[in-house]
Design a protein around this ligand. Structure first.
Ligand SMILES: Nc1nc2c(ncn2[C@@H]2O[C@H](COP(=O)(O)OP(=O)(O)OP(=O)(O)O)[C@@H](O)[C@H]2O)c(=O)[nH]1
Length: 803
């Protein structure tokens, strides 16, 4: 039989649902002992019987009747059970409490109930009533076992007890059962030792009449007073021959009756679905225990509540099993997700875990009380989602991170080389990244319900971050591009600036600024071409172009500074001066003669050179249209926000600096002048030739005296030889050094002696002004510098360098 399940799946069961195993154990168990205590082993026993997972695919039958009326014998024959049978010789109670055994090759749980009217319990009918109530609440068929001769008797046929059964039944199933079961029970009267004299039909009529009478005599609740016995019970009657007197017939009749229990195809099949109490097999132990507890404590036995309790218990149990298996599966992926890994196929896995858990729950729990089952299913789904949603969110976070990394990588790859469109690279990387995220997020969704499994917020966050990264990239790229352009400016500006600055002319700055404008124009064009693909805003373009102009200007200034650094500039001035002073108009070096107008040439060259200082000191083109201007406040966002004063950048040398350079140059020029003068002095100071004749005439006698005096001659030879050796050994320098030192020491000693000598009379006489000795004066001026000597010499000769 197939039963539709709430989740749409179908559980195929044998009989009423569930699967059973044939040939399983027929071991019996005492479920209620003589002390009225319920066993704790029923679940294990049902499991041993192989019926625990049979769902509704099992039946329960119980027997009811006076003691020692062959109940156990009948059950053993009908169902192949192993209940104890009374020893013929003793005639005493065999069955105590309630026993249960599985029918052989039948999915039937058979209950053998302690017989009524037992002499062991005497007047105590408590157990009889309780066991009747218990049997009725759980069994589909209640076999009422009685001797033929008991029919028609009130007590003997257990009619008193049957009255109780009917009353109890009204309490249990009076109102239609809320779980959809009809609460009908089959009362199967088995008349034992039927001799055949009274036909079964007559016995049946007697019993039916008795039952109707009992039913009518019942004090029914007002709302049920019109109910008939047939509304709750089906009655069936059968008779069995005497077991001993007609043993064969007894056996064959019993076999026939057995078929009515075992063979579903039999038209008189007794286990009709309508009698089933709809307790899944795995819930039977808990249900029966609950029933017995209620019965024991004499509480009102409210079957719907019992079934709900059972459902709650079992649904919780089933849910816990499904959840624990689910948690095991989920645990395997929890760690990688928490570690930041994007788990491939996580969504499919999660769907599978959830479906498996729910299928398992549905399979086992859907047989229980619908309301409870549905409620607990909701709880289970919440518990499953409580594990799955964090995994889903973790996966989204990890996807987010990995997509961002991919985006950055794509950007890096795309921005390699020169030939790329920034906008295209960003667009492509963005599409790829967002697409990967959306695909991953969709895969991770366990359900389509976006309130629980929404990822749009995370995507929005990702888009925002992509925007930030793209913006940063754009800024970096713009910066890179500006740097590149700046390098190009430097390259292209360097040569013309150097050239024009070396060629000092009136329109020097015009030429420099013209070159600058040209280079800047090209740079701006290069920027504009690139900036288009950068998606730069108009504002950004304006600010970048301003930054570019400023950077270009600073490059120009740096080049100018380099070319006008003090030593370089002084060198330029010197060159300029030299070209005019030391070379003539044809560029031939001048050799100064005493008659040359050195002063005039010197003054002219110097004045011309000094004119360069104001020319270089400020960037000032002669053509006003070439003047360049930058807004002073424009700050280069890419190069910091230092204050920038454009006007000050036009000044190359401050006035002080100009003066300093002028002075330095003057000194240099003076040196050239002195040098020029010296060259004329040395040519003037030549010894006249007649002086040599005078020298020979006047020195003739002395020369002869030396030559002819052996003493002098030897001395001369000795002096010549010493000089020769000294020259050969290269000792001329050291010799002069020694002589100089000796001379200096002699001079020092002499000065000291003279000071002492003059100091003594000075102590005795008043000091006269300007009495310094010429020797002291000479000693004091000994260290005066060469330039001063030259000046002194020039003054002595009546010439002085013009200032
Ligand atoms: N006359 C007769 N005796 C039977 C029949 N079936 C069983 N017996 C005998 O009746 C005696 C009692 O049999 P049980 O099967 O133990 O009876 P019971 O009703 O289960 O007994 P308790 O469990 O003690 O209530 C045994 O000695 C059986 O052999 C029958 O159909 N007719």
């Amino acid at each position: 039989m197939s039963s539709p399940q709430p989740n749409g799946t179908t559980v195929t069961v044998n009989g009423h649902g569930g699967s059973t195993s044939l040939g399983a154990s027929t071991e019996r168990i005492q479920i209620v002992d003589e002390e009225k205590k319920f066993t704790s082993n029923l679940k294990e026993q049902i499991e041993k019987w192989g019926l625990l997972d049979s769902g509704f695919g099992y039946n329960i039958v119980s027997v009811f009747g006076s003691q020692s009326t062959g109940k156990s014998t009948l059950l053993n024959r009908l169902f192949g059970t192993t209940f104890d049978v009374m020893d013929e010789t003793k005639r005493q109670q065999t069955t105590k409490g309630i026993w249960m055994c599985r029918g052989k090759d039948m999915s039937v749980m058979v209950m053998d109930v302690e017989g009524t009217d037992g002499r062991e319990r005497g007047e105590d009918q408590d157990f009889e009533r309780k066991s009747a109530l218990f049997s009725l609440a759980s069994s589909e068929i209640l076999i009422v076992n009685l001797w033929e001769h008991q029919v028609g008797l009130y007590q003997g046929a257990n009619m008193g007890l049957l009255k109780t059964v009917f009353e109890v039944n009204l309490g249990l199933f009076g109102k239609k059962a809320s779980d959809g079961t009809s609460g009908r029970t089959l009362l199967l009267f088995v008349i034992r030792d039927h001799i055949g004299q009274t036909p079964l039909a007559n016995l049946q009529a007697t019993l039916t009449a008795d039952l109707s009478r009992i039913w009518d005599s019942l004090s029914k609740p007002s709302e049920l007073k019109d109910r008939q016995l047939s509304d709750y019970f089906d009655l069936a009657f059968t008779a069995l021959p005497h077991k001993i007197l007609s043993a064969d017939k007894f056996e064959s009749e019993v076999a026939e009756l057995r078929k009515r229990f075992a063979d579903k195809s039999n038209p008189d099949y007794l286990f009709k679905p309508v009698y089933h109490k709809r307790i899944p097999a795995d819930g039977v132990p808990f249900y029966m225990e609950g029933i017995w507890e209620q019965v024991q404590t004499n509480k009102d036995l409210d079957l719907p509540t019992q079934q709900e309790l059972l459902a709650q218990f079992r649904c919780d149990e089933i849910s816990a099993v499904a959840l624990s298996e689910f948690n095991e599966q989920a645990k395997s992926q929890k760690r990688p997700v928490e570690a930041g890994k994007v788990v491939e196929g996580l969504g499919a896995m999660m769907k599978d875990w959830k479906t498996t858990a729910l299928t398992r729950y549905d399979r086992d729990a859907s047989r229980y009380h619908k309301g409870v089952y549905t409620r607990k299913r909701g709880d289970l789904i919440s518990a499953l989602d409580a594990t799955l949603i964090p995994l889903f969110l973790g996966q989204l976070k990890n996807l987010h991170k990995s997509c961002l990394v991919t985006f950055k990588k794509e950007m890096l790859d795309g921005l390699r080389g020169e030939e790329y469109s920034f906008a295209d690279v960003v667009g492509k990387a963005r599409r790829k990244c967002e697409g990967t995220f959306a695909d991953g997020a969709k895969e991770a969704m366990v359900e389509e319900d976006t309130t629980k499994w929404g990822w749009e917020d995370e995507l929005a966050l990702l888009k925002e971050e992509i925007g930030v990264v793209a913006d940063q990239c754009r800024k970096d790229e713009t910066k890179k591009m500006l740097n590149q352009i700046e390098r190009n400016i430097k390259k292209h500006l360097s040569e013309p600036v150097e050239l024009h600055l070396n060629k000092a002319s009136k329109d020097m700055w015009d030429e420099i600024l013209r070159s600058f404008r040209e280079v800047l124009g090209k740079a701006e064009a290069a920027y504009s071409t690139k900036a288009k693909s950068f998606d730069c805003t108009e504002e950004e373009n304006i600010s970048s172009l301003a930054a570019l102009s400023k950077r270009a200007w600073l490059v120009l200034r740096a080049k100018i500074d380099e070319q006008t650094a003090e030593p370089v500039f002084l060198g330029k001035l010197r060159n300029h001066f030299e070209e005019r002073f030391r070379y003539d108009e044809q560029g031939v070096p001048r050799v100064w003669k005493p008659d040359d107008d050195i002063d005039g040439a010197f003054k002219k060259a110097k004045d011309q050179t000094l004119e360069l200082v104001p020319l270089y000191s400020k960037i000032a083109p002669t053509d006003p249209s070439l003047e360049f201007e930058l807004p002073s406040e424009s700050s280069d966002v890419l190069a910091g926000t230092d204050e920038f004063d454009f006007a000050s950048t036009l000044v190359v040398f401050s006035e002080t600096k100009s003066l300093e350079l002028t002075n330095k140059f003057r000194k240099d020029a003076d040196a050239y002048y002195v040098e020029a003068k010296r060259s004329t002095v040395s040519s003037v100071a030549q010894i006249p030739y007649w002086m040599y004749g005078v020298l020979v005439v006047l020195g003739w006698n002395e020369a002869m005296a030396v030559l002819f005096n052996p003493m002098y001659f030897m001395f001369l030879l000795f002096a010549l030889a010493a000089s020769y050796i000294t020259i050969q050994l290269g000792l001329v320098g050291p010799l002069f050094q020694v002589l100089r030192s000796v001379g200096a020491e002699v001079q020092r000693q002499a000065t000291a002696r003279l000071r002492e000598a003059f100091a003594e009379p000075a102590l005795a006489q008043p000091v006269r002004a300007n009495t310094t000795s010429p020797a002291v004066s000479r000693a004091g001026s000994y260290m005066e510098d060469t330039d001063d000597e030259v000046r002194h010499e020039l003054r002595r000769r009546g010439t002085s360098p013009p200032l």
